[in-house]
Design a protein around this ligand. Structure first.
Ligand SMILES: NC(=O)c1ccc[n+]([C@@H]2O[C@H](COP(=O)([O-])OP(=O)(O)OC[C@H]3O[C@@H](n4cnc5c(N)ncnc54)[C@H](O)[C@@H]3O)[C@@H](O)[C@H]2O)c1
Length: 250
């Protein structure tokens, strides 16, 4: 039986300055992992580091719009702390919210693509070969229910999250025999700073589609993530884990 223990595992968590990424990074510290918390918001990471007060919590700046920044960040993490056992990618932006496709701003679409999908590909490329050479690794990307079902007035977000689910399915098959798994999670609405930007009407409509009739909690995402990146989750790759209060049971 493989263990769910991630003690002393070096885990790189992106988007760690807020919401889901922050919860994942800090809860992994409580589970005994060594965390490389990465984000473009270094000031917020520093605040979290001061609160966490753990020698296992390390912070690194990264900007997901830049390939060299992502590669530089992965290099620095591994040269400072050693080989990565796992990566949890929580960087993501909604982009302009509430516009019909006929009004979509192409520059905004490009930015959402660069951060949500291109950045995820660059990060995957940067870490996966080393993991495969070592015969073990766990990669987990935060996709979204929007990528499975498509949410109206969120075309850039929905399309890039669907792309991310496709990326994970493709790479999962490529690396299936290497000891490296790559999966995504597809949450419905989770209470976080990201959802605070939704209008009342959008929140009501999205919540009404969740059979449990509530938003998810960041702790629920972190608990599932901890299992997915543990040695115990060993026979699942290329999968989009559901986390939707019963909305998307497929
Ligand atoms: N909150 C939800 O309801 C929900 C649902 C489904 C999926 N998700 C996904 O989960 C992930 C985390 O969401 P969240 O709600 O915690 O969002 P959030 O907005 O609270 O946090 C996102 C983090 O990403 C960082 N970031 C943004 N652009 C960046 C860039 N260019 N380079 C580096 N870092 C950057 C931000 O600084 C922030 O710390 C996202 O990928 C999101 O799409 C969220």
């Amino acid at each position: 039986m493989e263990t769910t223990d991630i003690k002393e595992h070096l885990v790189l968590v992106t988007g760690a300055a807020s919401g889901i990424g922050k919860e994942i990074a800090t809860s992994f510290i409580r589970r005994g992992a060594v965390v490389a918390a990465c984000d473009k918001n270094l000031a917020e990471l520093q605040k979290i580091k001061n609160e966490v007060k753990s020698e296992n919590f390390h912070i690194f700046e990264v900007d997901f719009v830049s390939e060299s920044s992502i590669l530089g960040c992965v290099d620095k993490v591994q040269s400072d702390l050693g080989p990565l056992k796992a990566v949890v990618n929580c960087v993501g932006i909604l982009g302009k919210n509430g516009e019909k496709v006929e009004d979509v701003d192409i520059d905004d679409f490009d930015l959402v693509y660069a951060i949500n999908l291109r950045g995820a590909l660059i990060l995957t490329k940067a870490v996966i070969k080393g993991m495969a050479d070592r015969g073990y690794g766990r990669i987990l990307h935060l996709a979204s229910i929007s990528g499975k079902e498509g949410n109206p007035l969120l075309v850039a977000y929905s399309a890039t999250k669907a792309g991310l689910i496709g990326l994970v399915k493709s790479v999962g098959k490529e690396y299936a025999t290497t000891g490296v798994t790559i999966n995504s999670m597809a949450p419905a609405l989770i209470h976080s700073p990201m959802t605070e930007s939704f209008s009342e009407a959008q929140l009501k409509s999205l919540k009404s589609r969740i059979p449990m009739e509530r938003l998810g909690k960041t702790s629920e995402v972190a608990d599932m993530a901890a299992w997915i990146i543990s040695p115990a989750c060993s026979f699942t790759t290329g999968f989009a884990f559901d986390l939707s209060g019963g909305r998307a049971t497929y």
